[in-house]
Each structure stands twice: as C-alpha cells, then as structure tokens.
Design a binder for this molecule. Sequence first.
Ligand SMILES: [Zn+2]
Length: 371
Amino acid sequence: MFFREVLGQRELKEKIIYLIREGRLPHAINLLGAEGSGNLPLALAIAQYINCKQKLPEDSCGVCSACVKMKKLQHPDVHFSFPTVSLGKQTPPTSKDFIVPFRNFVLQSPYGTATDWLDFLGKEKQGNITALECREIIQKLLLRSFESEYKILIMWYPEYLGKEGNILLKLIEEPTAKTILIFVTESVDNLLLTIQSRTQLFALKRLSDIEIKEGLQALGVDEVKALQCARIAEGNFNEALKLSQNSEDELLLLTKNWLNYLYSNNGLQLVQWIMEMADSTKEHQKKFLAYIIQLLEHALRLKHSGSQQMALLEGELKLVQTLLQKGIDEKVIPQMTGLLNDAIYHIERNANSKILFHHVSLQTQGLLLKQ
Ligand SMILES: [Zn+2]
C-alpha cells in the first residue's frame, strides 16, 4: 500500500513520513480510526515505507524487492495478528492458521472491518486473539529480521485481545531491537488500558464526503453515484463502497413498493414486504432506512430551493417529486426521518425486525395519510 492510496489523512501521513525519515517513529503506535477511516491501509503504508529500500520523500518506491513483497502482503519481516475463530482443534487458533484468507481479504477490502472478516471466513462471529497467538508473536519478534532492518508487527483489532493481551506488555515496554509494533484500533473503549497507556496514539480523522467520493471514483464508480454513496456513508469508506456495489435500483424499488403499499393501504402486500425485509440482513435493513432518510432530505431541499441539481438518479428524482406532489412537507419529513432514525437505532440493538418494520410502516402510513 502506498501512502497516496490511503484516502485523506494528509496531515497525519505527513507527520508519520517525517517521523520515519528522521528515525523517530515510536516503537509502539496505536492507529485509532473509526470504521472505514482507513487505519489498516495506513498501517500497511507505514510498514511498506519503513521497509522500502529506495524511499521517495513522500512515498515508497513500489519497485524494490521489499515493496513488491509488501504489495502481496508477503514480506517476511512484516507479521500480522488479527482476530481468528476456533477451528475445533485442541490447540487454540492463531493468525498463522488464517494468513492465506487474511491476505486475500485485506487485498480485496483493505477498509473492511472485523465483522466483514469474520463474515468472509463464514464462521460464527466469535473472533478472538488468543494467548497462544500472543506467545507466538513474542517468539517471532525475538528472531532476527530476515531481509529488512526492522521487524514489524501489525495487530489488527487489538480490541479482540482479552486479558491475554497482558502477555504482550513486556514486549511493548521493552521491545526487541529494531521492532515496530503497530496496533490498528477502531475503539479505545474496548482496548486494554495497559496497551493504551504504552502506545503512542495517532488518531485518524473522519473522511470527508469529497475524499470518499474520490476514493470511489478511483475504483470506477461514476461521479453521481459516488457522491450519493459518500453522503450516506458519513465518513465510512467501507460503508460507501458497499453502498456503491449495491444496486440502487434495488433500494429504489424497495422504497417505491413500500410507499405504494402504505399509500394504497394494501395490507396483504405490506405484510409480505415486511416479511421479506425482516429476512434480509441487519446491514441491508439499515441501508434501506438510511436510503429513505436521504431521499426525504433531498425532498426537503427540493421543496425549499426548487433546485434539481442534486446527487439523485432519474428514478429517485421522480419519486421525490411524486412525494412532494402528494403533499409531503417540512412538517412530515422530520417526523418520518425521526421514525426511521429510531428504527436504525433499534436494529443496531437487535430489535425484532418483523415487529420493528411493522411498527415503522404503520407509523409512517399514519403520517402519510394524515396529510
Ligand atoms: Zn520500495
């Protein structure tokens, strides 16, 4: 990973590059970033730059043997540690058992989350970084480096360390020579205090809509869709990417059907719609709700400014215009978005989807038909 491939974070990247060039990067750092902010890509860029044999002032060279190996995540002096799941064997799992799928996962989705990773493995969502893993890390880092001056450990989601993490304390306090430990953390709340206090914190910023839009465009997403996804994703590139891969036609169709059934008071079809929605994943349900909220916000803007220059596709613009013609206004819209936001909140807290969508549907219908 190049620094230039890491979205946004300009100041932080400059600071880190400066510290590496001056030989002053602390030996244990904590890259803290919310989901989709890119702390793993940043860790990969740091590791590549430290090992690069022909560093450029602002990035790795990309062509030296170290860069070539890093590109495949196969540099012998860069070790990865990450949550793993039980293999049903007597010995606890370690990252070594999962390194091949892990490389594939990261190459495919460097902005992915631990949940995405566990989904990718297709296992139950019980991730863990085991005590055996911690001991193996210590063993690995005791060895001399193979090719590079530095040995680097990238630990992704140290939040998954239980008390086992304390096995690592001595290593963090008195690291073996020429060793850099990079912790890639999403939330300090779940990180052992003992690790927090022994690492230097580097916090990533929330990505701007423009940075996300540009990131999506670089992956071939067209501009209108990229901007639309960026606006919904609220700084989370991982989310934006998933949204961009989702056909918006599907979300639009779901929304149209739902509203149709509500307006026409078609109870039978509404119930069927609710059952299907309740059967989809929580992520999908949240996406659907966020999508309607976004359409409603557009409706409000359109009503106020009359401007049609918005990040809306043709079908979406038509739907928004129809809603306005039906009399949906600045009184109803905030009530509806309030309802939908509440629903997202409850989905995140594992509410029963069937009951929830039933409730939201009836409440929304009340608002729509009252006008
Ligand atoms: Zn290089």
